[in-house]
Design a protein. Structure first.
Length: 439
């Protein structure tokens, strides 16, 4: 069954029917026992009534002296009645009494079969007389069946009515889901606006919130894709044009001019390669790809790996300063992202620091956090420009970079719950990159 409404009705209805059937069976069984008890009490009352009548019949009373008197008893309701002596001689009986007579030697209730018919009898001893009353079991069962049918019909009707109300109630409760479905069906294929459905039950609000969060993530993913495409088209146009121009010049010239043009074309290709690598890394960081490869490294190892990769291996101008009580706890993020973020900070510092000046990398650790402080000796950045440092393709002055290094660092910080702060002074820029440590 694919319908949620039908599934809910079937499961709830099945549980409902089982409970009602159990309660009905219990009630009907109790009703049957009460009815049989009432019919037995009817036999007892009839026997006592006949015993009272026999006291007013002197002929029956004298039978104990040896007289044989046969009488007929008028008992209403088709009940059989028999009056016999202690020796077993029948003194009087009703029209409904079988010809073979009722077994009356034992007082109390008993079930007996006479001429293939089941009887329920009661024998009362009164002096020298035995009064036996009885009725047929088939009549009892017929009365029991009619009473059970009369009691079962209202229960069955009530059960069917409750199932219908359950079907209607579930359908009414699912109307908000239908409204959500209709709202989604009416939307255009490129519409990613959050759904606004009111009123909505509290149980469905988490579903609506999750749906809206999914739409937001899809919108962000599409926006990242569009921005990556636009950025790539914008940023790669200039290097490709420059490479093409230098190659054309090299084709038309000879000697030193040709070599210079080829060198410039190679530089443009290198820049294009770096830009493509940075764009791809940024797309991976902002996407949902996992960088966790199970490798764990502490702060010192991350710092040394970043220095080793910085500036394409030309890292002789970087000074690593470690504290004496450096923690051995591994960083609480993928090592590849930690190294990439710190390497981009070092590349940026080397690019803006004069060639005869060194760059400092200081590691500061606490109980659950590590801070990598990168200091360069470049020009001071205006306070109002600090907010643009992590924007894509924003360059300060005539920077030779592609403008993606700090944007990648910011994306890693947002993804891994790190921290990034900038402090620009007259003697250079200080960047603090904070990372969590595993306990």
């Amino acid at each position: 069954m694919k319908s949620l409404r039908l599934r809910l009705t079937f499961k709830l209805g099945a549980a409902f029917v089982l409970i009602w059937a159990f309660a009905a069976a219990w009630m009907l069984n109790d009703l049957r026992n009460q009815m049989m008890f009432s019919l037995d009490q009817r036999l007892v009352a009839s026997a006592r009534m006949v015993a009272g009548l026999t006291e007013q019949m002197p002929g029956l009373a004298s039978e104990s002296a040896g007289a044989h008197v046969h009488g007929t008893l008028n008992i209403p309701g088709g009940m059989a009645c028999q009056v016999s002596s202690l020796r077993g001689e029948v003194l009087a009986r009703s029209h409904a009494t079988p010809d073979e007579g009722l077994e009356s030697r034992v007082s109390g209730f008993r079930d007996q079969v006479i001429d293939g018919v089941n009887w329920r009898s009661f024998t009362l001893s009164r002096g020298d007389l035995l009064i036996t009353t009885a009725d047929r079991q088939v009549e009892r069962e017929a009365l029991n069946l009619s009473i059970l049918l009369a009691a079962s019909v209202p229960v069955g009707v009530a059960m069917l009515g409750c199932l219908c109300l359950l079907w209607l109630g579930i359908g009414q409760s699912l109307l908000p889901l239908n409204r959500m479905r209709d709202a989604l069906m009416r939307r255009s294929a490129d519409s990613l606006e959050p759904l606004q459905i009111h009123p909505l039950p509290s149980e469905l609000k988490p579903l609506l919130d999750t749906q809206n969060q999914l739409l937001q993530r899809i919108a962000k993913a599409i926006e990242r894709e569009r921005r990556l495409t636009g950025d790539a088209a914008h940023e790669l146009r200039s290097p490709l044009t420059a490479i093409k121009t230098h190659l054309q010049v090299a084709r038309m010239t000879e000697g030193a001019a040709r070599d210079q043009s080829l060198a410039h074309a190679e530089e443009g290709a290198d820049r294009l390669h770096r830009t493509l690598e940075q764009l791809l890394l940024l797309a991976r960081v902002e996407g949902s790809l996992s960088f966790d490869d199970g490798v764990q490294s502490n702060a010192e190892e991350v710092a040394r790996l970043a220095i080793q990769d910085a500036n394409a291996g030309d890292n002789a101008r970087i000074d690593l300063i470690l504290p004496g009580n450096l923690s051995d706890a591994p960083v609480g993020m993928p090592v590849g992202l930690a190294v990439a973020a710190l390497r981009n900070l070092l590349d940026n510092a080397l690019r803006h620091t004069p060639a005869d000046t060194r760059v400092e990398l200081r590691v500061i650790t606490s109980a659950d956090n590590v801070v990598f402080r990168v200091r360069d000796h470049g020009k001071q950045i205006a306070a109002e420009d600090l907010q643009y440092l992590t924007q894509r393709f924003w360059r300060n002055g005539n920077s030779e970079g592609c403008g993606l290094g700090l944007a990648i660092v910011q994306a890693i910080v947002q993804r891994c719950a790190c921290s990034l702060t900038f402090d620009s002074r007259a003697d250079g820029l200080r960047v603090d990159l904070g990372m969590p440590l595993r306990r």
